[in-house]
Design a protein around this ligand. Structure first.
Ligand code: HEM
Length: 131
């Protein structure tokens, strides 16, 4: 039987093959508030999409037991000493990701959604807690 981690891995595999997934994610995320949109005004979005592709993979690998060093670095860069990402923004980030997954993953279901929530929460909490 597929574990929740397997479900997430396979779902990400179905979505991350298309760059459109990442541009739809940022459209959705930035559409959530001016505060979020403002943070990306000077960002090179093609390279940001590429970085996010890897960032999501790091969250997934952490849920599968890989070391947390990459996420610690993200925690540092997103902290008050870096981009100053307020902790409440991570809930919006996760909801935007789930919305985008629902659009792109043809096999999306409540089970897939719950697997994603469970897999990403520990890594997101780690990044948030470095604030
Ligand atoms: C940069 C991932 C949440 C805003 C980055 C980078 C990665 C990344 C990989 C590039 C590497 C770096 O600069 O350290 C993630 C992941 C998140 C997350 C995996 C969720 C757990 C957020 C949230 C915001 C945000 C909630 C709020 C708006 C930014 C900004 C940059 C950035 C402003 C820098 C963009 C630039 O270089 O101009 N993120 N991020 N991130 N992230 Fe995040």
């Amino acid at each position: 039987m597929d574990t929740p981690q397997d479900i997430v891995f396979q779902s990400y595999g179905r979505c991350c093959i298309r760059d459109q997934f990442f541009s739809d994610f940022y459209d959705c995320f930035m559409g959530k508030s001016d505060e979020i949109r403002q943070m990306f005004v000077d960002t090179d979005m093609p390279s940001q999409r590429h970085l996010l592709r890897n960032g999501i993979m790091q969250l997934i690998l952490f849920s599968r037991g890989l070391p947390d060093s990459k996420l610690k670095a993200l925690g540092e860069s997103h902290s008050r000493h870096g981009y100053d990402i307020k902790p409440h923004l991570y809930n919006i980030w996760l909801e935007a990701l789930l919305e985008t997954l629902r659009q792109h993953d043809k096999q999306y279901s409540p089970q897939v959604e719950s697997a994603w929530r469970h897999a990403l929460t520990p890594g997101i909490d780690l990044i948030k807690s470095a604030y």
